[in-house]
Every structure is written in structure tokens, then in C-alpha cells.
Design a protein. Sequence first.
Length: 394
Amino acid sequence: MSGDGVPVMTFEEVGGPDGCARLRQMARDGVAVARSAELGGPIVLEESLAERLLTEPRIAGAVAMPILHASGVTSGPLHDLWAVLMFGKDGADHDRIRRVTAAHFTPRAVERLRPEAVRTAEQLLDAAIARNGSSIELFHDYALPLAARVQAALLGLPVDDLDRIVPWALDLVEAFGVLDEQAARAATAAAEAFIAYLDARFAGPPSDPGTVLATVRADPTLGPAEQRGLVANLMFGGLDATAKALTSAVHLLVTRPDQLAAVTGGCPAEHVVAEALRFSPPLTGLPRLAMSPVTLGPLRVEPGELVMVMTAGLAGDPVRYPDPERFDVARTPGKQFAFGAGPHYCIGANLAKLVLAVGIDTLVARLPGLRLAGDAEWAAGTFGGIVHLPLSTR
């Protein structure tokens, strides 16, 4: 506890595979605001307060550059790429860039990708079983390539290029958090390579009509750096998170046979997705930056202070979520904060939910006898979740 009675939490406590449970416990104990030991700023765990914060105009969502500078990156290709991202903009600049591709991410537009997503999921399962017999490693065999291929289809990037693009994306997304020296070098190299790749794509033949790449190329409001920045952002922004969320959701099911039975018995995958994102969101904290003094109930922040909304803690309210420590796919989906709220609500949320639902539906329909075949491996990072999940298919 701090001197003013506010609980103090470390990154180690809120990270790791047990971090979500700790945050839900604090919310059940009535803690609305805690404090970060490392950053010194407040941590928000109460839902109504979080929503007010995320929609408060005096609180900026453009935290990309302050976080990158905290990593010691003040110049170079990673800095240049980050300087044009939506994640690094607020107000009119953010809206201008976001509007260019927003129509590609509406529920109706994303739904048109469902047949392709189902075909891709089936092909990946067929290939994994052909290679491995009765076992499958879910993250690398299925979740990551499924998310990557669906995103590439929407963007207009060739599937054959994903062997290069996916490693760049996984290195780049780590720069959404504070980087150590090795991660900073990897992200810088990835930024340089991805920029060169996208420059070649933009300089090459016309993009397929209807793809994000074609829309971005045709938009007169974007400069060249913004064009490649937008496409890069849409590729790496949700890839790791979606793959980890899918693997973690399946782990929740296979370790709870009654819940897996409910899904195989017809419980809508959309309910599973909502409950998995409530119970174990891949992004534990949403950072925001105070631009002026702000007081919202028990929350007080000063200019320049970083505040974290802890998405996992928001799911611990026992009034809103009876028995919040129970993973229950039949639970009526509540308000979803895994994708944020306000102007910086994740533009790819509908796409991520489609990939998760298709991934779960196809898996349990094709392989209803799934069970664990070894220990799951949890990994930290900007997004946390399971990155190794061996399963037996019979």
C-alpha cells in the first residue's frame, strides 16, 4: 500500500498467467484505483470509471511516441514509422487517418471474409494433422497463421509473403510497450525491412480492388509515409493479440470439459469469444496520457502522467458478472473493454472477433475430441497469452 492507502502494484504482479486473476480479485475487493510501482501513475480497475477515462477528451490515447521515447528510441526507422501511426495521433489527425480504411472494418465488410476464413481454418487443420498425425500445436500450426492469412487477405498482401511479414509484425508490436535493448534492435530492424517491403508494394502494379492496400494507394489525404504506416499498423497491430487470444480461449475450453461440451453442443462461438476476452484479455492494460489535470471520482491525474486501464480488472465486478472467477460460455456477454473504448477503440475489433469465432467453431466441429497433450506455455510481452498449446485430436 502507498502512504495514501492506495494499493501499489508491480508489472510482475499484473503480468504473467495469473495477472488477470489478481486484477479481478482486486476489483471484487472494491479497489477502483491502484498505482503502478514502476510508472508511478494510477491504475484503474472499475468499469464505469474506466469508460469515463477512455472517453475523456483531456486524456490522450496517442501514447505511442512517449512509450517509444521511454525505450530510448528517438530516431531511426522505428521512430519514423511510429511517428505516423494512428496509435500516435489524436484529434483531427487520428480521425483523418482512421477514416481512410474504416469502411473495411465494419461488421458487414468483415463478414464477407467469413467463407475465406473458414476455408483457411480447414486447410490449416488438414495440413497440421497430415504433418503430425493425431496431435496439433495450436499457436504455430493454427492460430497465428489463421490470423495472419485473414488479415493479409483484407489488406491485399500476398500469402506467400507472410513468412517474412509475420516475424516483422511480431517484433514491431513489442514497441507498443517499453522495449529492452535487444527488443529495440529487433523492432528497428523489422521497421526498416517492412518499410522497404511496403515501398516496393506501393511502387509496383496496382493492388487488387477492394483491398485496404488499394484504398490506401488511392487516398489523396495520405502522404507516402502515412500510407505505409497505416498498412503496417493494420498488419502488426492485432496479429499477435488475436493469435494469443484464440490459443488462450481454446485452452480455457479444453481444461474445462463442461465448457467444451457446451460449445460442441451448439453454444455460439461469439459467446465463447466474449467470455474468453473478459476472462483473459491479451492486452491487460490500456495506457492513456493526461494532457491537463483531471479528476474523475477517486481518480486524479496530473499533466504528463500515464494512467493504465486494467481490462482484466474490469471483469471482476461481482454485481455485473456473477461469480466472475467462473469461466462460463453461457454467460450473457457484457460490455467489452478488451478492444478499448472511445476514439481509440480498436479499428480491427470486428476482424479479430471474426477470426476468433471462426477459429473456435472450425476447430471444435472438426476435432470434437480435443484434449491437452502437454503443458501450455504462456508468454508475456505487449500482449500476453498462450504461445504453445499441444493438443491431441483424439
